[in-house]
Each structure stands twice: as structure tokens, then as C-alpha cells.
Design a protein around this ligand. Structure first.
Ligand code: RB5
Length: 166
């Protein structure tokens, strides 16, 4: 099966993005870039949502989103139900975001990381696999939140020791 990935950025990410696209292609990924394409100032929520929707819909298994810090575009992507976007600036968190959080969108900041570190972050993320097991209930809790399903959330979280009685 062909490996595919969707990528997007705001104007701050347009120089780093082609470096990441080339890196992904060298790893055998088919990459679809949802923009932006120019240095003209734009808004990161547009591209965070575009990447997030294409992942949440199942069109792509994974997405990458870049803005100045990675923060704004990760907030935007995480507003799409089903998205678990991780904003990271080093490989360890990128790896753990896959193994523990089953992250499906990776975000980083073009003003924060250089291109070599960004490639290391991408590699750590792509090479890691979700571990399931004790992490799955937490992912199910996130899904219940996405579904605005407080009953399921309560049922799942009820079994957790030291659960706050909120
Ligand atoms: C744009 O100046 C900048 O705010 C944006 O790229 C991003 O860093 C937001 O989180």
C-alpha cells in the first residue's frame, strides 16, 4: 500500500515545508500539500483545519502542519474531531506522541526548529508505532470528548484511581 501524508503550513512555514516534503518523498511517501504556497500573510487556522479534516476523514492516515511556533496550527488541527495533533520541538516528544497518544498530526514551528532538527522530528514520529494497551482508554476518553459524549467519558474515566470528582 502506498504511504501517504498530507502537509500544510501558514506563510511562516513555506521555506521549511518543501524541505520536509522532499524528506518525506525520499522516504517513499506520497505527499499532498494543502497550502499555503506563497509568502503572503495568511491565517494558520485555515491550514490547521485543512490538514486536520483530511486526516479525520480518513483520506490520509497522517498529517504534518507547520506555522511559526507550531502552536497555533496545532490548536487549529485539534479542533477537528478525531485529530490528535502534537506540537513538538524535539524527537523524543514526537516519538512518544505516536507511542502513547497515537498522534495523527505532527506540528512544529519554523521559527523554533531548523530543517535538520525538523527532519529528525519527522523521522522519530514516523518510525514510532502506537502501543495501545494502557493508553487505549485515554484515547477512547479523547474520542468521547470529540463526540461530546459525557456518558461514555464518565464510564471510561470512572475506573481511574484518584479521579477528580468534577
Ligand atoms: C504568524 O505570525 C504566527 O503567529 C504563526 O505562524 C504561528 O506561530 C502561530 O501560532
Amino acid at each position: 500500500m502506498e504511504k501517504s501524508i498530507v502537509i500544510g503550513s501558514d506563510h511562516v512555514g513555506i521555506e521549511l515545508k518543501p524541505v520536509i516534503v522532499a524528506h518525506l518523498e525520499s522516504r517513499g511517501y506520497k505527499v499532498v500539500d494543502v497550502g499555503t504556497d506563497t509568502a503572503e500573510r495568511t491565517d494558520y487556522p485555515i491550514y490547521g483545519q485543512a490538514v486536520g479534516q483530511r486526516v479525520a476523514s480518513g483520506e490520509f492516515p497522517l498529517g504534518i502542519a507547520i506555522c511559526g511556533t507550531g502552536v497555533g496550527i496545532s490548536i487549529a488541527a485539534n479542533k477537528v474531531a478525531g485529530v490528535r495533533a502534537a506540537c513538538v520541538s524535539e524527537p523524543y516528544s514526537a516519538e512518544l506522541s505516536r507511542r502513547h497518544n497515537n498522534s495523527n498530526v505532527l506540528c512544529f514551528g519554523a521559527r523554533v526548529v531548523g530543517s535538520e532538527l525538523a527532519k529528525m522530528i519527522v523521522d522519530a514520529w514516523l518510525d514510532a508505532n502506537y502501543e495501545g494497551d494502557r493508553h487505549q482508554r485515554r484515547i477512547d476518553e479523547l474520542a468521547a470528548e470529540d463526540a461530546r459524549d459525557p456518558e461514555t467519558f464518565a464510564k471510561l474515566s470512572q475506573v481511574v484511581p484518584n479521579r477528580i470528582n468534577a
